[in-house]
Design a protein around this ligand. Structure first.
Ligand code: NDP
Length: 293
């Protein structure tokens, strides 16, 4: 069994981006600039956005945080997005999800200019991904592809089972794993809560990607000997032995699945840390106008 070490790998990817930023600046180019819009005061969102801003600073990007109150109307948020769309200094921006219930996330995602949509959530960018055109691949799928590639994991001809069909993880992952490229060329099965023979499906996976949000759901009996196991799940579970009062659990019961797997991601320290690399890479691409010219 080999650990897919998100901590070590994300440090390498970030160092590589940092070098590129230094080269751009040394050549007199513009500093890549990421803006993040945070609506309301959701604790988890605050943490995620703070981490994104911190990572930007570490690698030499400029970053801007736009805070808006919980009471922001959809029209006000759309106006803010239009300002960012028009701002020539902002290369890319994200609107942190989830949004307050009175705002349509779909309408907001569609308002972000595709060339600045570094989260890769705009339908045009999702469509480009489906067609295999250059695009911004959203952060979590990007992080998983990067792990597979950097650990040189064989994917062609393998059976990849993705558990979960969300717009941000399961669905794009299933599309990316079947593409005629590397990593890709898998035969893909996508499972969800209505799948009847989930265990049998998982047992036939050479590559199992668990993105269902059910802590430690995938036990050893779901996993084929020698499978590659990617655990996307992040759930806070009450744990009074921890100072914080909770522990972070993945969707995979690591202790019993790890001995059966050839490669496995830990939680924490796996996919979660790789996701930021996607956002940073996309911002760099946006600043270089690499996708939309
Ligand atoms: P969603 O809740 O949007 O989607 C969960 C998916 O899993 C749905 O398609 C659902 O099916 C399916 N599912 C739920 N329960 C079962 C079950 N018992 N059997 C089979 N399928 C099931 O979650 P996300 O995709 O947003 O996130 C998944 C997990 O990944 C969460 O723990 C989240 O915190 C984590 N996450 C981690 C990230 C990272 O950076 N590492 C980034 C994003 C998310 P159905 O469609 O039928 O409801």
């Amino acid at each position: 069994m080999q650990l897919l070490d998100g901590k070590a790998l994300s440090a390498i990817v970030k160092a590589e981006i940092k070098v590129q930023v230094e080269q751009i600046k040394a050549a007199g180019g513009k500093t890549p600039h990421l803006a993040a819009v945070l609506v309301g005061d959701n604790g988890a969102s605050e943490t995620y956005v703070a981490s994104k801003i911190k990572n930007c600073e570490e690698i030499g990007f400029k970053s801007t945080l736009v805070r808006m109150p919980d009471t922001t109307s959809e029209a006000e948020l759309l106006r803010e997005i239009e300002k960012l769309n028009q701002d020539p200094d902002v290369d890319g921006f994200i609107v942190q999800l989830p949004l307050p219930a009175h705002i349509s996330e779909n309408r907001i995602m569609e308002a972000v200019a595709p060339e600045k949509d570094v989260d890769g959530f705009h339908p045009i960018n999702v469509g480009r991904m489906c067609k295999g055109l250059p695009t911004y691949i959203s952060a979590t799928p990007f992080g998983i592809l990067e792990m597979l590639e950097r650990y040189k994991i064989q994917t062609a001809g393998k059976h990849c089972v993705v558990v979960g069909r969300s717009q941000i993880v399961g669905l794009p992952m299933s599309v990316l794993m079947q593409r005629n490229t590397y990593p890709g060329n898998c035969t893909v099965t996508i499972c969800h809560s209505r799948t009847q023979n989930l265990k049998e499906m998982c047992q036939s996976a050479d590559i199992l990607i668990a993105a269902l949000g059910r802590p430690e759901f995938i036990t050893a009996d779901y996993v084929k000997e020698g499978a590659v196991v990617i655990d996307v799940g992040i759930t806070r579970v009450a744990d009074l032995t921890k100072k914080s009062g909770f522990a972070i659990k993945g969707d995979v019961k690591f202790d019993e699945v790890a001995p059966k797997s050839s490669f496995i991601t830990p939680v924490p320290g796996g996919v979660g840390l790789m996701t930021i690399c996607g956002l940073l890479t996309n911002t760099l691409l946006a600043s270089k106008k690499a996708i939309y010219g």
